[in-house]
Ligand binder design. Structure first.
Ligand SMILES: *[C@@H]1O[C@H](CO)[C@@H](O)[C@H](O)[C@H]1NC(C)=O
Ligand SMILES: *[C@@H]1O[C@H](CO)[C@@H](O)[C@H](O)[C@H]1NC(C)=O
Length: 189
């Protein structure tokens, strides 16, 4: 195919049929082979469907891969970002536990640690599903991640200097994962 197509394309076709055939052969294989790079309009469309469009754009654009990837690649960018934030939050909670003496507060941080351990495991499961292109399971794992973050939100001490912000950030990233997974599952890429 690779060798036939170029010579066919460059030959001057006299009849209408061979001209149409040439157009078909020259254009269609190229279109079906190339994965579509995410344009800024599609990126905006995706982020507009999330709970915080501006932060969504900022988060996704913080990864250099976003500029040159397709929708499938963007899903992994969102998975990696959610994973990093989940891990960062876990680390912060552990350090807070070491400084908390009030038993009620301690219990709340412990519950949140448990929620984030679960969330990070959902995110890594999501990555496994992503790698075999099981987009429905990817979407389900992203929803489970949102449930885990919400269970921490429910007990988060409002006086915590970091947890409300980390919850918002983590919730948004799982929301972005879920939004991209839905698009992939719908074949809308
Ligand atoms: C999540 O982060 C851990 C380290 O923090 C890494 O070992 C793991 O591969 C990451 N997983 C994904 C899906 O990014
Ligand atoms: C998780 O995050 C902490 C702090 O942000 C970092 O030091 C650590 O390397 C990360 N990875 C793992 C696997 O804990």
């Amino acid at each position: 195919m690779k060798q036939i197509v170029p010579s066919f394309c460059s030959s001057s076709s006299s009849s209408l049929i061979s001209l149409l055939l040439a157009i078909f052969l020259c254009i269609s294989p190229t279109q079906s082979r190339i994965s579509v790079k995410i344009g800024s309009n599609v990126l905006s469309q995706i982020c507009a469907q999330t709970e915080d469009p501006n932060s969504c754009l900022k988060d996704l654009q913080s990864d250099h891969r976003t500029a040159s990837t397709d929708l499938y690649g963007l899903a992994q960018v969102s998975i990696n970002l959610a994973n990093a934030t989940g891990n960062e939050t876990k680390t912060k909670i552990k350090s807070q536990l070491g400084q908390t003496t009030d038993p009620t507060l301690y219990d709340k941080y412990l519950k949140c640690l448990d929620s984030y351990v679960n969330a990070v495991s959902k995110i890594n499961y999501a990555n496994e599903r992503w790698s075999i292109k099981d987009f429905l399971a990817l979407e389900a794992a992203a929803s489970d991640c949102l449930i885990d973050i919400n269970s921490c939100k429910d007990v988060t001490p409002p006086t915590s200097p970091f947890l409300p912000q980390q919850n918002d950030k983590s919730h948004l990233l799982c929301n972005i994962m879920s939004t991209i997974a839905k698009r992939l599952a719908a074949g809308n890429n």
